[in-house]
Design a protein around this ligand. Structure first.
Ligand code: FPP
Length: 245
C-alpha cells in the first residue's frame, strides 16, 4: 500500500523545496558519464511532480541549476541546458493535462536563448492552471537573489517609489524572485550531503529539513511521501515553547 494513504490530509505542507543531488555519483556507480545521471534524474523529477500533485501540494520548487553550476565543464553545462529544453518541450502537454503551472526563479536572462524562450513559452502556456505550481530554480543562487533584491529596493528608493522607513521583512519578500510563493515548510536534500548550497536562504528561516542518503535518480514517489510523513511528526515551534502552541 502506498504511503500516500498515511499522509495526514489536514497537515499538508503548502510548499516543498528539493535540492536534487547525486546524479553524477549515481552515473559513476554504473560506470557511465555524468549526463547519464542527469537523464535518470529527469525520471525522478517526473515521479516527484506526480507525487506532489497527488498529495495536493501547492508549490514544489526544484533546484535544477545553480549559479555555481555554470562553472562545471562546458560539456556538462551544455548537456544540462539541452536536457532542460528537451524536457520542458516534451512535458508541457502533461503539465497542461494535470493542471500544473510552471514557474521559474533565478537569473533567467543568463540562460541560453532557446532555453529562455522555451521556458517562457511553457510558463505562459500553463499560467492559468490552478493545481500544483512547479517552480524551477534555474541559474539561481540565494546570494544572487538577495543582491538583486537590494539593488531593486535601492533603485525604488532613489526614484521615490519606496521610502526607507517602509522597508521591512515583507518588503524584502516582495523584491525576491519568490514574491508570489509562500516560504517552504519542508526542504529535502538527497545524496547524504548536509548543506544548503546557496538555496532559498531567506525563505528557509523556519523550514524543516529532511536529508536522505538516496541519490536523486533513486528517489521516487514513496520517498517523497516518507519525507512528508516525517515532517508531519515534527513539532514546529517558531521560537515559542511547546506549551505555548
Ligand atoms: C545534482 O547532481 C543535480 C544537478 C546539478 C542538476 C539537476 C538536474 C536534473 C535532475 C535534470 C533536469 C531537471 C529538470 C527540472 C528538467 P550532481 O551532478 O551535483 O551530482 P553529484 O553530486 O553526484 O556530482
Amino acid at each position: 500500500m502506498s504511503l500516500l494513504n498515511q499522509i495526514d490530509k489536514n497537515n499538508i505542507p503548502k510548499h516543498i523545496a528539493i535540492i536534487m543531488d547525486g546524479n553524477g555519483r549515481w552515473a559513476k556507480k554504473q560506470g557511465k558519464e555524468r549526463i547519464w545521471g542527469h537523464q535518470a534524474g529527469v525520471e525522478s523529477v517526473r515521479k516527484v511532480v506526480e507525487a506532489a500533485a497527488e498529495a495536493k501540494i501547492q508549490f514544489l520548487t526544484l533546484y535544477a541549476f545553480s549559479t555555481e553550476n555554470w562553472n562545471r565543464p562546458k560539456q556538462e553545462v551544455d548537456a544540462l541546458m539541452e536536457l532542460l529544453v528537451n524536457t520542458i518541450v516534451a512535458e508541457v502537454g502533461i503539465l497542461q493535462k494535470n493542471n500544473i503551472s510552471l514557474k521559474a526563479i533565478g537569473n533567467l536572462k543568463s540562460l541560453p536563448g532557446n532555453c529562455h524562450a522555451e521556458l517562457q513559452k511553457a510558463i505562459q502556456e500553463t499560467s492559468a492552471n490552478t493545481g500544483l505550481s512547479l517552480v524551477l530554480a534555474l541559474s539561481y543562487s540565494s546570494k544572487w537573489e538577495i543582491t538583486n533584491a537590494i539593488k531593486l529596493i535601492v533603485n525604488d528608493i532613489l526614484n521615490n517609489r519606496l521610502s526607507k522607513e517602509d522597508v521591512n521583512e515583507s518588503t524584502i519578500d516582495q523584491y525576491l524572485c519568490t514574491h508570489s510563493i509562500p516560504d517552504p515548510e519542508l526542504l529535502i536534500r538527497t545524496s547524504g550531503e548536509y548543506r544548503i548550497s546557496n538555496f532559498l536562504l531567506w525563505q528557509i528561516a523556519y523550514t524543516e529539513f529532511y536529508f536522505t542518503k538516496k541519490l536523486w535518480p533513486e528517489f521516487g514517489k514513496e520517498d517523497f511521501y516518507e519525507a512528508i510523513i516525517d515532517f508531519q511528526h515534527r513539532e514546529r515551534r517558531f521560537g515559542l515553547t511547546s506549551e505555548q502552541l
